[in-house]
Write a protein that binds this ligand. Structure first.
Ligand code: SAM
Length: 244
């Protein structure tokens, strides 16, 4: 997912996130169960840093890395508004982490690109890598309604066979790390049509999504997947935890 995200206020809209049924795991609880107060953490592709604010009390220092200047600017605003002085924001890319070897107790990647060898390099021996990434069956019911472009489904990851993301991650991390666990997680989320429009505009879910040109496809999704709770979609994430 080497996609460039520009910050837009809709990115933080609750409508865009929908109403979620419980997830099979909670990243904050998982990280909190493994860390100690003297530990430091690097988060790759931090976006607006909103997920890190809840972790500040758990770590001595958090280094939040993000390549997009507009996301970084919003992240600075978020941490300043919350009065936090232990999160340090850095511009950088997953494939070339601007840190020395053996620098961190934890590296997290949440829905952003990763490079396992770079994560391994910057982790201290005994350090943990925790990644949550999008699975190939994420919102698949919706993606299938948006058809093909250049002989490929337009849905992000839709052309991959079932279990590909899990299998690739497993291979990548087992080659370097010990104590590797990789699991698929699925849960339902309910959206309004307006929420889906924002989601499709703000994320790479559908290649070249256009609110006007794709209105008929979205209407089909809304009709086919309508429930009393809203438009029902299945989320698919893959969780990887490993130790250096
Ligand atoms: C879906 S957002 C996730 C943001 C945040 N981690 C979260 O979970 O809320 C993906 C982020 O990865 C960043 N990104 C894109 N390409 C990247 C790369 N090559 N290296 C690091 N971050 C990248 C984007 O700018 C964006 O902020």
């Amino acid at each position: 997912m080497g996609v460039s995200y520009n910050y837009h206020p809709d990115y933080e809209s609750a409508l865009l996130r929908g109403v979620e049924e419980p997830r099979p795991w909670d990243l904050q609880t998982l990280i909190s169960s493994l860390c100690e107060p003297q530990h430091n953490l690097l988060d790759i592709g931090c976006g607006t840093a909103c997920k890190l604010i809840a972790l500040t009390k758990k770590f001595k220092q958090i280094f939040a890395m993000e390549p997009n200047p507009s996301m970084l600017a919003k992240a600075i605003q978020n941490i300043t508004l919350n009065g936090i002085n232990s999160i340090f924001l850095i511009s950088g890319l997953a494939d070339s982490l601007p840190f020395q070897d053996n620098s961190f107790d934890f590296v997290t990647v949440m829905l952003a690109p990763h490079n396992a060898a770079e994560i391994y390099r910057v982790l201290k021996p005994g350090g943990y890598a925790i990644l949550e990434t999008i699975g190939e069956r994420d919102k698949h019911e919706l993606k299938l309604k948006f058809g093909y472009a250049d002989n490929q489904l337009r849905g992000q990851l839709s052309n991959l066979k079932e279990n590909t993301v899990k299998e690739v991650a497993e291979k990548e991390f087992r080659a370097l790390f010990s104590n590797v666990t990789v699991q698929n997680g699925f849960w339902k989320t309910y959206y309004t049509r307006e929420g889906l429009e924002l989601l499709l505009e703000q994320t790479p879910t559908i290649k070249d999504y256009n609110r006007t040109l794709d209105a008929a496809a979205l209407t089909q999704v809304c009709e086919a997947l309508k429930t009393a709770k809203g438009i029902e979609l299945t989320q698919h994430r893959v969780l990887i935890t490993s130790k250096k």
